[in-house]
Write a protein that binds this ligand. Structure first.
Ligand SMILES: *Cc1c(COP(=O)(O)O)cnc(C)c1O
Length: 361
């Protein structure tokens, strides 16, 4: 038993049977049958009545999706635009930002985010962190005062390790210093509370919310959105995969119906169980503290073992799906590739045993 057995059973029953062992929700979680059906039904409707008329009829469902995002981010439904994912959202925000200057971010900032910020004309500097890459809130006010950035960009949970940033504390300190705060909630949304009072929040559908690929959102506080060039609503008219947005809206509804607090607790329990099971496997080191409140477990391999080869072997020989994270995911922090395990709430003890045995073998 891992944690919330009733929730795990319901999550599993709502999905197609898994082929193998899926431990890769930080990359792309398993969609529910209802989310898959919503997207498929819309594609069919487009064929029947015409794509633009089908979109008009889908407006209430899309509005419900934006309202769900609002509930999870603490912003308003009217402040939410759908994007194709997190990278697209950051690109819209960074290119539209009214000034250029320095972005303060964690040393473990996601590599592709660094590239987007650089392309938009920003320079970056690190926030003060501890040995795990977690921001030290007690040093943040003085840090912002000493070297005031144009904005703080906080990746709530990184792609290369499951360290949860103290986002609520950071939001309070940024607000007191009048420094805008932007949250990359690609990994954070669904795993931890992201309604902390940030000026902008963005995320992807396919990760912990288990929606379809190719969709995400950007939510921006109206006072900030009004200063963007171009202003955000213009982007909402762009061509889009409406079926995917509808699938995402269903996934968001399912998550809210299960209960955000319950989902977060179940994912934290999954993370703790995974780390406990994997700790002490010969030669492998678990990066996160056992009780870190998220479902990502990161493993540093024994010397001479290549995580990419291990990932391939797990898939080929055991049908276990997980991720090998290269250093490019966090170029200022990750010194060697790691193996990332990211089960969703449905994971069983037998599945974790299968992974542990495969890694030992
Ligand atoms: C996946 C991820 C992104 C990028 O999301 P896309 O939807 O692929 O653009 C950004 N930041 C973090 C922390 C991620 O894990």
């Amino acid at each position: 038993m891992i944690g919330d057995d009733a929730l795990a059973a319901a999550w599993r029953a709502a999905r197609p049977p898994v082929a193998g062992v899926h431990l890769d929700s930080a990359a792309c979680a398993r969609q529910s049958l209802a989310a898959i059906d919503a997207a498929a039904r819309h594609a069919r409707r487009e064929s029947e009545v015409g794509g633009y008329l089908a979109e008009r009829a889908a407006a209430p469902a899309l509005a419900a999706g934006r309202a769900a995002i609002a509930a999870l981010t603490g912003l308003a439904a009217a402040d939410v635009v759908f994007t194709t994912g997190s990278g697209h959202a950051l690109d819209l925000l960074a290119t539209g930002w009214p000034e250029r200057g320095t972005v303060a971010c964690v040393p473990g900032e996601f590599g592709p985010n660094l590239a987007i910020l650089a392309a938009a004309g920003f320079t970056v500097r690190p926030l003060p962190v501890d040995g795990l890459g977690r921001v030290r809130p007690e040093e943040l006010a003085a840090d912002l005062d000493a070297d005031r950035p144009a904005l703080v960009h906080l990746t709530v949970i990184g792609s290369h390790r499951g360290i949860v940033q103290p986002a609520a504390q950071i939001a309070r300190i940024c607000a007191a210093a009048a420094v805008p705060l932007v949250l990359d909630a690609a990994q954070g949304l669904g795993q931890v509370d992201c309604a902390v009072g940030a000026d902008a929040v963005y995320s992807s559908s396919r990760k912990w919310l288990a929606g379809p690929r190719g969709v995400g959102f950007l939510a921006v506080r109206p006072e900030t959105a009004a200063r963007l060039r171009p202003r955000l609503p213009a982007t909402a008219a762009a061509e889009a995969n409406i079926a995917a947005r509808l699938g995402y809206a269903v996934a968001l509804g399912e998550y809210l119906a299960a209960g955000p607090a319950r989902m977060r607790a179940a994912l934290a329990a999954v993370g703790a169980a995974s780390r406990r099971r994997l700790a002490g496997l010969a030669g492998w080191t678990v990066v996160e503290p056992v009780d870190e409140p998220c479902a990502i477990a990161t493993l540093i391999p024994p010397d001479g073992v290549d995580p990419v080869a291990v990932r391939d072997r797990l898939l080929a020989e055991h049908r276990i799906v997980c991720t090998a994270a290269e250093t490019a995911r966090a170029p200022f922090e990750l010194t060697r590739p790691v193996l990332r395990i990211s089960p969703h709430v449905e994971v069983t003890g037998e599945e974790l045993d299968a992974l542990a045995e495969a890694l030992s073998g």
